[in-house]
Design a protein around this ligand. Sequence first.
Ligand code: TMP
Length: 201
Amino acid sequence: MEKRGRFIVLEGIDGSGTTTQAENLKAHLESQGKKVHLTRQPSTGVIGKTIREFLAKKEGQAVNWEMLALLFAADRLHHWEAEIEPHLRAGDFVISDRYVLSSLVYQGEDCPEEWVAQINQYAPQPDLTFWVNISAEAAFKRVKDRGGVEEVYDDLAKQQSLEKRYARLASSQNAIEVNGDRSISEVTQALCEAMQKHLGV
Ligand code: TMP
């Protein structure tokens, strides 16, 4: 029987580079002959698509923060059943751009933290979580330079607060901190070294 795959998560504030780093980690693992499934949360499933609708800043659109927290938790469970677990069962590596720590950090801003943890208690633990720690100012500049749809969390003061929350909450998810305030390739190298150390790949 094929060995069960490993589940790796990348976390950080908006603009911290988790999407690029997830792609680089995938390429690194593939260069060793591993099969890798790259994914993200919010997912591309029905609940994830609904979340994206609510995240986009739209004139007159009401967002209820508790509702959003419940949607993120529900999307996570659906994503697990429909996509993550089948790939792990097949022996693949799964890399997810964001997971439970994102909800604790982002939804915990507007909802009671303990309740956010509670509604996420059924999400299985990843094998490895990385937190790409970057200054909110540098990350915010990247987001603005990139352009795209404006979202409800696109605000420097909000990102500064989220940066502090990551620093406080990362250890609750056993996240390994990687300094994101350096070049993309240096961050990738640090992530690969940590992956080697913790997962032996
Ligand atoms: P993205 O920028 O990684 O595509 O994620 C979209 C936004 O959703 C980003 O601002 C972070 C936010 N988010 C949460 O607020 N809670 C969550 O649980 C997740 C997965 C993302």
